[in-house]
Design a protein around this ligand. Structure first.
Ligand code: COA
Length: 373
């Protein structure tokens, strides 16, 4: 039997960061303009005025302090309130593939892996830039990888679903080394004029190399087990598609952007994920005491606090369940991989941890790993 392992991870962070104060200032300026433009309707009671957003609320409700984005100027301009990313000609690499390549190179360098040794590329992300050709095939070409490549979308759980898919390919002998990338331009699907959610997301790209143990570097991560779950819910939606497109400026078609019932998501997903982790841990014969760290999906700090407390049976310290959403916000599929990438260097051989994602669908994935070497 061929054992799939995680050889390395990679990260690419956009150069621009937006603080809560900057984001709130632009939202409030936009709301003031909107209220002035709709003064008559507001006065006659036909419309409710837009109320201001607040830095204190955002940090308390979510734990988010700032986010990285591809285009800061458009997002914080009250007359635009969306990223402005110029369309590229077909001859040029797409933005999504470009950032995936940068994260991939980081992972390949860490593993000492050459393109010709990789047999497949999976692009697992929430927001694909186009329908086809697949972003993964573009990444494959840019890096000079042979074999096959395809895109898959399981929203915030795309990376753990991608890891299991890649591990299955390695097990079945379809590829010895699989590059799984998660480029996320979440600012593209976010409605920056929606006070309830304008602060939630950020942009980033991550990469994971899943390989046959025989070719992996001595220091790698054994995959002890993976488990995936989905359960239909309308509480997180994005209706954008080529059958029902957004208005050209994105604004004015809010149901073609990210929409959620945040409270319901919180209430329903926390028990679902905690139960799933407990079940999977039991199936693998693991105990909370034997778990050094959990790299949880990064959507909300309070959600992660509750999930870790349910799993561990005690309040989790930052070392048990590290936070990256304070600086990255929710980066969809990439969140748990950023946490793993940034907070796993101190692991000793034999120590075990959990990569866990959850999000729209609903969908959730657990990947238990053990450090070697
Ligand atoms: N600034 C100031 N106040 C705000 C605000 C903002 N930006 N947005 C909402 N509020 C107000 C609301 O109007 C409400 O006021 P009210 O009590 O007078 O009606 C109050 O704050 C509470 O709003 P609510 O939406 O219930 O907040 P919350 O505590 O549930 O936090 C989320 C909101 C979205 C941060 C939280 O529910 C969450 O993170 N849920 C899970 C999200 C998730 O994982 N999504 C997956 C995405 S892939």
């Amino acid at each position: 039997m061929t054992n799939p392992v995680i050889s390395a991870t990679g990260l690419w962070t956009p150069p621009h960061s937006i603080s809560n104060a900057e984001l709130v200032a632009s939202y409030n300026a936009w709301a003031d303009i909107w209220n002035r433009e709709n003064e008559a309707e507001i006065k006659s009671g036909l419309m409710d005025p837009k109320t201001h957003s607040s830095v204190e609320f955002i940090e308390k409700a979510s734990g988010i302090k700032s986010r990285f984005v591809i285009d800061k100027a458009g997002v914080i301009d009250p007359d635009i309130m969306a990223p402005r990313i110029p369309e590229r000609p077909n001859e040029q690499i797409s933005v999504l593939a470009e950032m995936a390549v940068l994260a991939a190179r980081d992972a390949m360098q860490a593993a000492g892996r050459k393109p010709e040794e990789i047999g497949a590329v999976i692009c697992a992300a929430s927001n694909m830039q186009r329908a086809y050709p697949a972003m993964a095939i573009e990444v494959q070409q840019a890096l000079g990888i042979e074999g096959f490549a395809f895109d898959m979308n399981v929203a915030c759980s795309s990376a753990t679903f991608g890891i299991q898919t890649a591990a299955d390919f390695v097990r079945a002998g379809h590829a010895k080394s699989v590059l799984m990338v998660n480029p996320e331009i979440c600012s593209g699907h976010l409605n920056f004029t929606d006070r309830d959610s304008h602060f939630i997301f950020g942009d980033v790209a991550t990469a994971v190399l899943i390989e046959n143990e025989a070719m992996a570097p001595a220091a790698h991560w054994k995959i002890l087990g993976t488990k995936l779950k989905t359960q239909f819910s309308n509480n997180i939606r994005n209706n954008f598609g080529f059958l029902n497109r957004a208005a050209p400026d994105g604004v004015g078609a809010p149901d073609k952007l990210f929409l959620q019932e945040g409270r319901k998501v919180f209430r329903e997903v926390v028990p679902m994920v905690a139960e799933m982790i407990g079940e999977h841990m039991g199936e693998l014969g693991l105990t909370p005491e034997g778990l050094r760290r959990m790299w949880l999906h990064q959507a909300n700090a309070n959600m992660n606090r509750l999930i870790s407390a349910k799993v561990l049976g005690r309040e989790a310290a930052e070392d048990d369940s590290p936070t990256v959403l304070d600086t990255y916000a929710n980066t969809s599929s990439a969140g748990s991989i950023i946490a793993f990438h940034k907070h796993s260097g101190d692991f000793k051989p034999g120590e075990r941890g959990l990569i866990c994602s959850f999000g729209a669908g609903y969908s959730a994935g657990t990947v238990f790993v053990e450090r070697t070497g």
